[in-house]
Design a protein. Structure first.
Length: 246
């Protein structure tokens, strides 16, 4: 199999990344519905719907805004504007979704933590999406720098590069298993989601050094700056983790 993987069916080239992206959304939502039916949700249906809408709107805006900062361009015509509108990044989506949820909860007056139910569906969605990123090779900005490392792969340009998407797939499997085990310990409500965000954003902060990014401030890319903002947002939880580790 060659990468980028672009199968041709009945004479049409299939965008495998787009298909897997839609599949990720569908299966992640179905998994969320499945988990919610099997758990006791203290948040009323009407409030839960408002929270989901807040998350969706925040994720939509956040994914686009951060993507623009990741690869800043000047709008010269409508085609450039459409390209910007279609650009998105999961990091902006996650943090934008977090802010959207918090704003929605403030508006409706909901005090209960709402993130734990989203953790494993989000992990599933990211995992499926990253398969699409890997199969897209150089067509998606998830490829790494040129390397002589044993894991280096030709992702479509004839050069050995870090397969960032594969590294992330392995990390996601380990993170899923780790959080699933933590879930059995009956953690305080909301803590599972916080651990997920801290773990994933910390991973992405370090893995970004292996990508040919544009580094804006202090040798950091826009994604890495967002990671630091997220980790700062959860600084109390991180401090408690260090205390417990001692």
């Amino acid at each position: 199999m060659e990468i980028p993987f672009e199968p041709i069916i009945t004479g049409y080239k299939i965008n495998i990344h787009l298909i897997l992206e839609y599949l990720a959304f569908f299966l992640a939502f179905r998994y969320y519905v499945f988990l919610r039916k099997r758990s006791i949700d203290v948040i009323p249906n009407s409030n839960r719907l408002s929270i989901i809408l807040g998350a969706a709107l925040g994720a939509f805006l956040g994914s686009r805004i951060v993507a623009v900062f990741e690869n800043p361009v000047f709008i010269t015509d409508i085609s450039v504007f459409v390209t910007i509108l279609n650009s998105k990044t999961i990091m902006g989506g996650l943090f934008g979704g977090l802010l959207g949820v918090e704003i929605a909860k403030k508006i409706i007056g909901e005090k209960q933590s709402s993130g734990d139910l989203f953790v494993f569906p989000i992990l599933l969605g990211i995992f499926i999406g990253r398969i699409g990123c890997f199969l897209s090779g150089m067509n998606e900005f998830t490829y790494g720098k040129v390397t002589t490392f044993i894991a280096g792969m030709d992702l479509g340009d004839g050069l050995k590069r870090h397969p960032i998407a594969l590294y992330e797939l392995l990390f996601l499997i380990l993170l899923f298993l780790f959080l699933w085990k933590l879930k059995q310990r009956n953690l305080r409500s909301g803590l599972l989601f916080q651990y997920f965000m801290i773990s994933y954003f910390a991973f992405r902060f370090f893995i970004e050094f292996l990508k040919p990014n544009i580094f804006f401030i202090l040798g950091l890319s826009s994604i890495q700056i967002l990671c630091l903002i997220c980790l700062l947002y959860y600084y109390k939880t991180i401090l408690n983790l260090f205390k417990n580790a001692r």
